[in-house]
Design a binder for this molecule. Structure first.
Ligand SMILES: C[S@@+](CC[C@H](N)C(=O)[O-])C[C@H]1O[C@@H](n2cnc3c(N)ncnc32)[C@H](O)[C@@H]1O
Length: 307
């Protein structure tokens, strides 16, 4: 595709997503446009692609890449604003809604994006740089308990308390402002054998917290189903168990036609069954894809259809 990011589960994504070649599609995670390009390749001249990315650089890159395609429209919005975008575009319903969650390889590898712990860079982790709180604000002002909770809940890291204490000890002498300074605090209490996994987990935890990723995802899923046409499809790729659980549970909730307590003799809720799940088990990349792109290894794709 390009050197910035290799799209994951590309054929599988469009196979599930695009069922109407003249349809209107939403890509909530434009990135470097790999999936958007595949959608554009599948739709005809009457089809429309509306895509957004909260990251300014990714948005600008892709907007330029597709500037000559009249079927494509781009936004630098959070995907949870899908309802606002649909109003601006006067779109009542989408034929397909797609998201490829997380961050791109470019964001992870490029020091100026501030996501990598591999090189020294400002400790930030905001995808949207206009957000009020960065990772540095958190590690320098939150209590040990608050930090441990974030690292445990969002990083699923068992040594969260030890790491939180080490962060507090480090910041006594000097504010933690760089990725390498946070890395040192983690290194001080982590065996080299587990260091790389632990670093990933702690940085993931802070990133999820800073960007409010899980709540944003929940809000997006609800709005996306509201905005799906009958027979329209929703396709989500996630990269860690917290996100995948949210997608799986949300899809399951949308398959229920009653959420009354079991002891009610008759249904009193007005819950509507809105989705049919198309992927009983999540679709995962083949070995050949993982061999070519190691970032694909944790990907899980789930798809559902609006009833
Ligand atoms: C895995 S990359 C997507 C790559 C893309 N599918 C491609 O082929 O190039 C995820 C992208 O989603 C963006 N992103 C993450 N959360 C977002 C959100 N809540 N709203 C909008 N964009 C988001 C990130 O900035 C990143 O560019």
């Amino acid at each position: 595709m390009n050197n910035f990011h290799t799209p994951v589960l590309l054929n599988e994504s469009t196979k599930y997503l695009v069922t109407n070649q003249s349809g209107v599609y939403f890509d909530g995670t434009l990135g470097f446009g790999g999936h958007s390009e595949a959608i554009l390749n599948k739709i005809n001249n009457n089809g429309i692609l509306i895509a957004t990315d909260v990251d300014k650089d990714s948005f600008s890159f892709s907007k330029k890449k597709f500037q000559d395609d009249p079927r494509a429209r781009f936004y630098n919005f959070n995907f949870s604003q899908i309802d606002t975008i649909s109003k601006i575009e006067s779109v009542s319903y989408f034929d397909g809604v797609f998201a490829d969650l997380g961050v791109s390889s470019f964001q992870l590898d490029n020091p100026s994006s501030g996501f990598t712990y591999r090189t020294e860079t400002k400790l930030d982790l905001r995808m949207d740089k206009t957000r009020a709180i960065s990772a540095s604000d958190i590690v320098n002002s939150f209590s040990a308990e608050e930090l441990a909770k974030i690292i445990f809940e969002y990083g699923e890291e068992k040594n969260s308390r030890k790491i939180a204490k080490s962060i507090i000890n480090k910041r006594i002498n000097k504010k933690i402002e760089k990725t390498t300074e946070l890395r040192e605090a983690i290194e001080d209490v982590t065996s080299p054998k587990y260091l790389s996994k632990t670093l990933s987990r702690v940085f993931q935890a802070l990133r999820i917290y800073v960007n409010d990723e899980l709540e944003t995802l929940k809000s997006f899923l609800t709005k996306a189903v509201d905005l799906l046409k009958v027979n329209g499809r929703i396709v989500i790729i996630s990269y860690h168990s917290l996100e995948d659980r949210i997608v799986k549970e949300h899809f399951k909730f949308e398959t229920l036609d009653c959420i009354c307590p079991k002891e009610y003799p008759v249904c009193k809720c007005d819950k509507e069954r809105r989705l049919k799940i198309l992927t009983k088990k999540p679709v995962t990349p083949a070995e050949t894809e993982i061999n070519l792109n190691k970032r694909a290894r944790s990907a899980k794709l789930r798809a559902a259809e609006r009833l």
